[in-house]
Design a protein around this ligand. Sequence first.
Ligand code: 6PG
Length: 227
Amino acid sequence: MQQLRWHHFQRVTDLCTTLVAALTTLANESIRARGAFHISLAGGRTPKIIYEQLRHIQTDWTCWFIYFGDERCLPRGDAERNDTLALSSWLAHVPIPDAQIFAIPTELGAALGAAEYSKQLRALTEFDLVLLGLGEDGHTASLFPGHRLDADASAAITVDAAPKPPAQRVSLSASRLSAARAVWFVVTGADKQLALLRWREGEEIPAAHILPAAGVDIFTDVDLAAH
Ligand code: 6PG
């Protein structure tokens, strides 16, 4: 049974300020305790405001290790790639060593990209933090309703007919995204209300299959009280 903790904010700016402060604390505690902070980033547009604020936090960037929850099969540098947004809004502005930023090599094609990324993830048993978004249909990363959420023991899986373009993607599996000390969903905008209500009611949307031992935190500005 997925344990959900809801954090509701009236304004997106308040959500971001709170989340960035909590992320900074979590990162610096991980670095103090284990000398590193391993984070998997959310795709889509929602996290942009968060990534922009992360540029300015106080931390030892040389201890940060960046991964991605999913990637679209597009050439490296394409404006529609998830890593392009993270790089332009944040990662290109802080001194994280390039060797510690693990982009999903989808420019190799979905199958080879997924195989390569699964290999890269073998050395990491769990993320310190996984950031995820939520689609209007309840998808997260590139795990879509009616599609497979896991594929044998592979950490990264191919997605061939994603309803959200582009159709071809690579996603971390539900199991791999669940291997985390903390999982935070960031969900803003009234267009996500139905997906959140379905989730809260216990519907088996893909986001409901992310099952870290410590449960899941949902940061949202969407009003669910009236329902
Ligand atoms: C993607 C994302 C996807 C995204 C949600 C929400 O590749 O599109 O990984 O899972 O997080 O679709 O997208 P928005 O933040 O743009 O609403």
